[in-house]
Design a protein around this ligand. Structure first.
Ligand SMILES: *Cc1c(COP(=O)(O)O)cnc(C)c1O
Length: 375
């Protein structure tokens, strides 16, 4: 599929942020976005890169009423040689299609999304931050836009990709978080939507996160919905626990999101010969291991924070300090190794990185034009 490109005139482009240490997360957007439409019986059409701007949808658009929408999140990192690294992007696009199928939305060829991101970064490469820790966040999403206030799958779908610079999650180094085990609410139930990236899961978590924060905790530790017994996820990250030298993480295949960071962490740990177990682990077992002094580390894993160490876990009003309350050695090593690979500072033994060289296409065109002019 051909992508039509409508570059924003240079004079209309937004100023780039001058202070990369104050970027924060999700506040700024680059000059361009990608859009594409799908119509039942026709397929995907009207692929376009154009100005980032408000979109118009009907008030009766299905997504606004029944939540038929999915998203992905990945980052582009500037490497020391001037290229721009994408990290395991094809995994994001495969997962996008798994989410699409669960929400009865159309799937998209991963190559189309790769092309869309290449086209966006070609135009907006100056938006990719230069400082270590900062990156360009890439957010593909799609939603049903058919105007119809009745429950059904939309016959018209809008897909967008927006990008924006985001700051280092830990500007002053690792900052361990405090978790509260959530006893009142569930994130996702068996057979539900927990294993896919769809808005409903995050809507379901908002009140729980707010109540945990009001109680003085950073994030919620989710237990399974059926028994409120087994550890599932932390906030919107996967969770890993180091107990007696073994790293344990809940298994996929149910209510847990299949995180690409989680998968990368497991691959690194196995390559370092650290024992790893993907199995269910109950909150009772975690507390028992804590009593025995074997709970060494807990950390979250996800694209936004990469690794998020946990200092304190609160359950039924009781605080439990994890290890010595500071960032553990495995969390630290994983953070350094993963970010090292993402920023092209460390070797990439797993073939996780794809490098784009934006600006060169333009440079080649200019050279060709200059050659033509000279003849
Ligand atoms: C996105 C997400 C993750 C992390 O996935 P990554 O691919 O590592 O970014 C984990 N849990 C939930 C609920 C998520 O939405």
């Amino acid at each position: 599929m051909d992508i039509k490109i409508e570059p924003v005139p240079l004079a209309e482009r937004k100023p780039k942020p001058s202070d990369e240490s104050a970027l924060g997360f999700g506040k700024l957007y680059s000059d361009h976005m990608f859009s594409m439409r799908w119509t039942r019986g026709v397929g995907w059409h009207d692929a376009l890169v154009s100005k980032y701007k408000p979109i118009a949808i009907e008030p009766s658009a299905l997504v606004l009423h029944y939540g038929q929408t999915i998203f992905e999140g990945l980052k582009a990192y500037r490497n020391p040689k001037g290229g721009i690294n994408l990290f395991r992007a094809e995994n994001n696009f495969n997962r996008f299609n798994i989410s699409a199928q669960r929400l009865d939305l159309p799937t998209v060829e991963p190559t189309v999304l790769i092309k869309a991101i290449e086209a966006l970064i070609e135009l907006d490469h100056e938006w990719v931050p230069h400082s270590q820790g900062a990156s360009l966040y890439v957010r593909p999403f799609m939603f049903g836009v058919e105007p119809y206030v009745g429950l059904k799958s939309s016959s018209q779908v809008q897909l967008l990709v927006i990008t924006g610079p985001v700051g280092a999650y830990y500007p002053e180094g690792f900052n361990p978080v405090k978790l509260q085990v959530c006893e009142k609410y569930s994130r996702a139930g068996p057979g539900g939507l927990g294993s896919v990236k769809t808005a409903a899961n995050y809507a379901a978590s908002l009140l729980a996160e707010k109540e945990a924060q009001q109680a003085g905790f950073t994030q919620v530790l989710w237990l399974d919905a059926a028994e409120r017994k087994f550890i599932e996820e932390v906030g919107s990250m996967n969770i890993l626990l180091k107990i007696g030298g073994t790293v344990i993480t809940p298994p996929l295949g149910g209510t847990i999101l299949s995180g690409i960071t989680r998968d990368s962490v497991l691959a690194l740990l196995r390559s370092w010969n650290v024992p790893v177990e993907e199995r269910r682990i109950s909150i009772d077992e975690v507390l028992e291991q804590h009593r025995q002094g074997k709970l060494e580390e807990i950390f979250g894993a996800g694209t936004a924070a990469v690794i998020s160490p946990v200092s304190v876990m609160n359950f039924k009003g009781e605080n439990y300090t994890v290890g010595d309350g500071a960032t553990g050695p495995i969390a630290k090593r994983l953070f350094e190794e993963l970010t090292g690979i993402q920023y092209g500072i460390k070797p990439d033994p797993f073939g996780w990185i794809q490098t784009l060289y934006p600006g060169q296409q333009q440079a080649q065109v200019q050279t060709a034009n200059a050659a033509r002019a000279a003849n």
